[in-house]
Design a protein. Structure first.
Length: 393
């Protein structure tokens, strides 16, 4: 059985998304509603659902939630305005672009502000990065750091990630399927440079992104809502094609378990053991997972082709001796002289001892949060719901 508080949150979200209005057959835990709204970034969903089911709008927690809903409406409007500016500028400048994830999903919710975006994701071509830089600067965006798969730009109204590829190359199993993301793209009607995917491929990408976060560190309930909202808006997807492609990704079993979970949450279906496990995991993760889950996930990846104890040792070493890329962010000289990496590990240890003593506790806590048993349990939890890391470290 799920905790009654989790059942309450599911009921509120279902009411908001399906516009169900009736009296709630239990007491509202207003503190928990506000807590989950913050942790899972679901202010509008939970406020709307609570009002639909008869919550008292005058209690302090509901007033606080309403304030956040008003802010969400303003943020959403500004986000959409900036996305429109970017898309129009890219079209005018002849830059190929394809909107991803939140940009697509916002329009499928009953109200756009029910689905805030942490950032706006847009796929671009590698050979047009310089043009993108110029356009983003003209639009008032400041360029931030570059990662494996994205270029980051900041603006007071919107955080933008221009994707060099849809999936990071270090997620090697999923990257092997998607590549740079352009293979299945097609031009949108009446545009020259804007692209999209067919609905099946669009959902497969959204689902793969969900699976990637679920196994890497955890993911919040809002992202589970995304899957139901998409499937509800696209009821005629080609199931056979989806099955074939998800099997290629080794995600079909996980997909079936997620479908059972969605059926329970939104259609009154049976709560299976795996759906209960998934929901408990999601509600303990917050919107974007936890650091401990991320460390355990990293250790599970390291265990591919090795013993779990060997992975544990490797992870401890990684905490004590950060990888080259991490060290270059702290000591830029390593970019020119990488052979000095072992020396700068020692420098880093002394700096921590002398100037960053708070980091000692952080590193100690990281190590204490890891154990062979916890790594094995994390692996077993992934396997139980149909997930794994299908590559060797």
């Amino acid at each position: 059985m799920l905790d009654s508080k989790i059942e309450m949150i599911i009921a509120l979200v279902r009411s908001a998304l399906k516009d169900e209005k009736h009296d709630f057959d239990s007491d509202f835990d207003y503190d928990y509603i506000l807590k989950m709204a913050k942790e899972h970034q679901m202010y509008s969903l939970l406020f709307t659902g609570a009002v639909n089911l008869g919550a008292d709008k005058k209690v302090p927690q509901m007033r606080a939630l309403f304030d956040r809903v008003c802010k969400s409406i303003m943020i959403s409007d500004r986000q959409l305005h900036q996305v429109d500016r970017i898309m129009k500028a890219f079209e005018d400048k002849g830059i190929d672009h394809l909107a991803l994830k939140g940009i697509i999903l916002k329009s499928m919710y009953p109200e756009a502000h029910m689905r805030l975006m942490g950032d706006a994701d847009i796929l671009i071509r590698l050979d047009q990065i310089d043009e993108c830089d110029r356009v983003m600067a003209e639009l008032g965006f400041e360029k931030g750091p570059e990662s494996d798969h994205e270029l980051i730009y900041t603006h007071k109204d919107l955080f933008v990630e221009l994707h060099k590829r849809t999936i990071p190359s270090y997620n090697r199993d999923y990257y092997a399927y998607f590549g740079d993301g352009w293979e299945k793209a097609k031009k949108c009607d009446s545009t020259e440079y804007r692209y999209t995917y067919n609905p099946e491929d669009e959902f497969i990408f959204i689902f793969t992104h969900f699976a990637k976060h679920y196994r890497d560190a955890g993911i919040g309930f809002r992202h589970l809502c995304d899957l139901w909202v998409y499937l509800n808006n696209k009821p005629n997807l080609n199931d056979e094609y989806m099955k074939t492609e998800l099997q290629k990704l080794c995600l079909y079993d996980f997909y079936l378990n997620i479908c059972d979970t969605l059926e329970y949450c939104f259609e009154g279906g049976k709560l299976t053991d795996k759906a209960e496990f998934i929901l408990n995991n999601i509600f303990s993760s917050g919107a974007y997972g936890t650091r401990e889950a991320g460390r355990l996930s990293d250790a599970v990846k390291m265990s591919k082709g090795k013993t779990v104890r060997g992975a544990w040792i490797k992870k401890i070493i990684k905490i004590a001796c950060p990888p080259y890329k991490t060290m270059t962010e702290r000591y830029s000289v390593l970019k020119k002289v990488p052979v000095l990496l072992p020396i700068f590990w020692i420098v880093n240890w002394f700096e921590i001892l002398l100037f960053r003593r708070k980091n000692i506790k952080k590193r100690t806590d990281e190590i204490r949060s890891l154990s062979v048993d916890k790594i094995e349990n994390y692996q077993q939890g992934l396997n139980f719901v149909g997930l794994d890391f299908n590559f060797e470290e």
